[in-house]
Design a protein around this ligand. Structure first.
Ligand SMILES: [Zn+2]
Length: 252
């Protein structure tokens, strides 16, 4: 797939694709949708050169021979468009949240050469931001710790996760989050891969760690339930394409 010739059409974080496949639907379908919907943003994703368009409303009706797809479906299927579509959605999210200068409130304009926006009033340059987050697989006696979150997708069991705070290394963040959310101490914290996650802008840093001390003591506002699972007997976990899936199914 040539990203330069591709138009990514998003509505409510869903991508318009050709029916029965995961290929971006493109410009003709966009024109059809624009007859009845407002265009929230329309820009070129650099350096890939593809076009990204955000539309208003809910992703309920799709033009003929098209459908709305979740990005995690493209990631899970290892679609050739998945990585560029993630970048396009991440840029769309960032642009929607950064229309005005954070210092003086003036309107932001396109930077002439960089992937950034500049303030016409004070000259400040705003670059796309990433929120660094850790996600960790914790092992104890051949079992792995999985939890159901209190707020997000409470019917799925997944790894513990949290945002990296200012002044903190990702490894320190793993130790702090596990202590805060589950009451455990961990050792042997090892980096295990990463993934950009455009909901809205997380850089997910995957880790593995070993239980060191403590009994499960959950932070109720974060976790509804946590248990140690045998890798051969897992509950409902996040689908293929998510960092948690890779961590849970990776080797010990
Ligand atoms: Zn300004």
């Amino acid at each position: 797939m040539d990203p330069a010739g591709t138009t990514f059409v998003f509505c409510d974080s869903l991508l318009l694709v050709k029916a029965g496949g995961l290929e971006p639907a493109g410009a003709a379908a966009l024109a059809e949708l624009q007859k009845s919907r407002a265009t929230l943003d329309d820009f070129t994703v650099r350096p890939q050169g593809c076009r990204a368009v955000g539309l208003s409303g809910a992703a309920t009706d799709a033009p003929a021979n098209c459908e709305w797809a979740r990005l995690r479906t493209l990631l899970g299927a290892e679609s050739p468009a998945a990585v560029t579509a993630s970048r396009a959605l991440g840029m769309l999210n960032w642009r929607a949240a950064h229309r005005f200068c954070g210092a003086c409130g003036g309107p932001l304009e396109e930077h002439p050469t960089e992937v950034a926006r500049t303030c016409a009033a004070c000259g400040r340059v705003e670059y796309p931001t990433l929120a660094a987050a850790i996600i960790v697989r914790i092992e104890k006696d051949g079992k792995i710790l999985l939890a159901r979150h209190a707020q997000r997708i409470p019917d799925l069991w997944t790894c513990l996760a949290g945002y990296v705070e200012l002044g903190e290394s990702p490894e320190d963040c793993v130790r702090r989050e596990v202590k805060e959310e589950a009451g455990l101490e961990v050792a042997d914290v090892r980096y295990a891969g990463s993934q950009f996650w455009p909901f809205p802008n997380q850089l997910m840093l995957g880790f593995k760690a070993a239980w060191k001390a403590g009994d499960l003591r959950l932070q109720p506002e974060e976790l509804a339930e946590a248990r140690w699972f045998d890798p051969a007997d897992l509950p409902a976990i996040p689908p293929k394409g998510a960092m948690a899936y890779r961590l849970i199914h990776g080797p010990m």
